[in-house]
Design a protein around this ligand. Structure first.
Ligand code: FES
Length: 106
């Protein structure tokens, strides 16, 4: 199973084994990683699953869809490596992925 590391705003790291086919958001919730609210349950309509993908992983993770872009634009904390974690499917290629969590979800 691909390993994903979530780093909280204070530097606390959580490494989880994520099932292929789930999302980076669901893998966090399933493993009780704090810092992702996911109010809409993964429908790309709340933006409370915001993460900042480690920049070295951006090429593999890829770019957001237009719908995700629209949601990210509403987030005042958006940065260039921001993604909505419910829109990142877990694949074997993402084994070792590192994402950073914001201090707050908006
Ligand atoms: Fe709502 Fe990702 S969980 S946008």
């Amino acid at each position: 199973m691909p390993k994903i590391t979530y780093i909280e705003h204070d530097g606390t790291e959580h490494q989880v084994d994520a099932e292929v086919g789930t999302t980076v958001m669901n893998a966090a919730l399933d493993n009780l990683v704090p810092g992702i609210d996911a109010d809409c349950g993964g429908e790309c309509s709340c933006a409370t699953c915001h993460v900042m993908v480690d920049k070295s992983w951006m090429p593999k993770v890829g770019k957001p869809s237009e719908a995700e872009e629209s949601m990210l634009d509403l987030n005042p904390e958006r940065v260039e490596n921001s993604r909505l974690s419910c829109q990142i499917p877990v694949t074997d290629e993402l084994d070792g992925l590192v994402v950073n969590l914001p201090e707050f979800q908006f």
